[in-house]
Design a binder for this molecule. Structure first.
Ligand code: SAH
Length: 474
């Protein structure tokens, strides 16, 4: 059984850093049912391909410890060693654990960046045919090539097997591709070799919570993934529905946006609207003419700012292509009259790198972004923002961790969003801001956003930095 994943991102050998597996070596793992080997069939600047080869021991499977000898020897003869099944999914979970969680020690930025990816699965079972394959992968944005495999090529009359050789292509983060394969391979196989219980619901939410809610086949995916255990499927679908509720209120489009849970928590208190209103009115008070929104996500702030007649230049930047696509749709940039079109732009970029396109603005906004950065990357971010972007004013917001006690859905110590790398208390935030202001020559003031709890403070905290000596006012 062979799965390969290739990229043409330059340098393609970064794939080794993303997977935390050196391309020069073979990596072996004992996994359920057999052994997995991870190795690279090519590793150049232009293209890099990692292979996962899985050797399943069909006799061991049947005769495993504690099992009786089967009465029927046919049980030894099964497709398990030859097809992509839940065994492959489990092996991926072992071999690519950190990449599946979206983590990479030496390429954290790239781990969050969509790159051209191609996955090939030598033999993928699909009882339900090519239509089923397409209905699972195409809504996620993949181009899919599926070649049916004959039952036996020496006997064409026997017809086709319910197996396909499949290639998927898309521009995605590596984590997204791994999550999609990890969840959908067992769904296609529709057999599971292990006991399916509550832990599987958790696992499904962890790997698919961000993208399954908006998938047109979510019912089928959930039922098959949970091996048709109705109570578990009901539970999982209810949880996906909660995460999706944003759609019902009309705040959302029907896309599975990445910030669902946080939105769900904060929606009840109208926090997003309040945040946007607070930021927009401060921009107005500052008399700014140009704004760059760093980590603009799906473009909600830009949408509000576009209504201003005073703002002459609006730029949104984000590291996530998917978010930029949503933003592009939300702002309907292609349908704007040409004068408006020049006023608003979306850029793909990163807050960790110096980027000339981000300089020369009156105001930079960094709204609910800093907590998504790895602490190890904060120093680079500080330099980009305060030294290179260096606008006259900076508005930066982040959750106030103390307020989390007021969210009953959050367990103690849990963050509002699974992608948050940290959340700061009021004191921690103020300390950080004061250090930046001191080091880079800014003054800083603070504003509370959202309803103030007398003990815990506001749900969101905003810092307003002003560059020393800068004249923003028109
Ligand atoms: N500002 C938006 C989105 C907040 S979510 C809003 O308030 O709705 C955080 C955003 O930061 C995501 O869109 C994520 O893609 C982006 N982001 C995370 N790391 C980034 C980086 N290094 N550079 C640019 N954007 C980044």
């Amino acid at each position: 059984m062979l799965l390969t994943i290739s990229t043409t991102h330059r340098p393609a050998t970064d794939l080794g850093f993303l997977l935390e597996k050196h391309p020069g070596r073979a990596h072996r793992f004992d996994v359920a049912g057999g052994k997995a080997t991870v190795f690279y069939s090519e590793a150049t600047e232009e293209r890099c391909t990692v292979c996962v080869s899985l050797d399943i021991d069909p006799i061991g499977l049947v005769r495993g410890p504690g099992r009786k000898k089967p009465a029927n020897p046919e049980q030894y003869v099964n497709d398990r060693p030859y097809v992509a099944s839940s065994f492959l999914s489990v092996a991926m979970g072992t071999a690519f654990r950190s990449a599946l969680a979206g983590k990479s020690r030496s390429r954290p930025e790239l781990a969050n960046t969509p790159i051209p990816l191609e996955a090939s699965i030598a033999v993928l079972p699909a009882r339900g045919g090519e239509d089923l394959l397409r209905s699972l992968f195409e809504p996620l944005g993949y181009t899919l090539v599926a070649n049916p495999i004959p039952l036996d090529s020496s006997f064409p009359d026997w017809g086709m097997a319910p197996y396909y050789s499949v290639t998927l292509r898309a521009e995605k983060t590596l984590r997204e591709l791994l999550q999609h394969l990890h969840v959908l391979i067992p769904v296609l196989d529709d057999q599971k070799h292990y006991w399916v219980g509550d832990a599987e619901v958790e696992k499904l939410m962890r790997h698919a919570g961000d993208w399954l809610g908006g998938h047109p086949e979510k019912d089928r995916i959930v039922r098959r993934y949970l091996k048709h255990r109705r109570s578990l499927a009901t539970d999982a679908l209810a949880r996906l529905a909660i995460e999706e509720e944003g759609d019902v209120t009309g705040l959302e489009d029907d896309s599975p946006g990445p910030q669902l849970r946080e939105r769900k928590l904060e929606e009840r208190i109208g926090l997003n609207e309040r945040r946007i209103a607070a930021v927009a009115s401060t921009i107005d008070e500052l008399g700014s003419k140009s704004v760059v929104d760093l980590g603009c996500g799906e473009g909600r702030l830009l949408e509000a700012l576009m209504k201003s007649r005073v703002l002459e230049r609006l730029v949104g930047m984000d590291v996530s292509m998917r978010s930029l696509e949503y933003a592009d749709e939300r702002l309907r940039l292609d349908r704007l009259p040409s004068m408006q079109r020049d006023r608003v732009k979306l850029l793909h970029g990163s807050l960790i790198y110096r980027d000339e396109r981000l300089s020369g603005f009156d105001v930079a906004t960094v709204i609910e972004v800093i907590e998504h950065l790895d602490p190890g990357r904060l120093a680079a971010f500080e330099k980009t923002l305060f030294k290179f972007v260096r606008p006259a004013a900076i508005l930066l917001t982040t959750p106030n961790r103390e307020f989390n006690k007021r969210f009953p859905l959050l367990a103690a110590g849990e963050f509002r969003h699974i992608d948050h790398r940290f959340e700061w208390t009021r004191g921690e935030f103020r300390d950080w801001c004061a250090r930046q202001a001191e080091q880079f020559g800014y003054s800083v003031a603070f504003q509370d956003i959202g309803e103030l709890d007398p003990v815990l403070g506001p749900p969101t905290q905003m810092a307003v930095f002003r560059r020393n000596g800068a004249q923003v006012d028109a």
